[in-house]
Design a binder for this molecule. Sequence first.
Ligand SMILES: [Zn+2]
Length: 156
Amino acid sequence: MAEEEKKAAGETKSVKGAWDVKYRWTFRQDLMDRYVAGLKEKKLWGTKCHRCGRVYVPPKDICGKCFEEIDENWVEVKDRAELVTYTVGYTSITGQPYPEPQITGTVRFEGSDSWALGPIRGLKPEDIKVGMKLKVVWREETKGQLSDIEHYAPAE
Ligand SMILES: [Zn+2]
């Protein structure tokens, strides 16, 4: 890193130590099975927290805000989304230039409070804006897989 870059990034500080953090992570395959079954029908299903009302797409069994168990409180959301953030790739992981820039975005489906990640097509990097409206572009023949959401594109 050049000296100017180091100055711009600021000094890195470190603290030696250890944290004894215990956590439990659960993954409910049955919720994901229902989610991908919905994708086959070109429908987006999420779960809604009974306590705070947050909607998670893809579904979660425990609310990340209030830690309430959600217990299969299913809600359908629209296949339209708002762009939360994005990144633009110009080369592959091996350094080969892409024929055109690849945009990957984090989106929030309308009616949902959580985010999902996926490719965005139909836009040039200079035209993309955080907050813009996108639509899901479904795979022509859905299969009940996460890839049934082929990509996101600007909503008309
Ligand atoms: Zn909640």
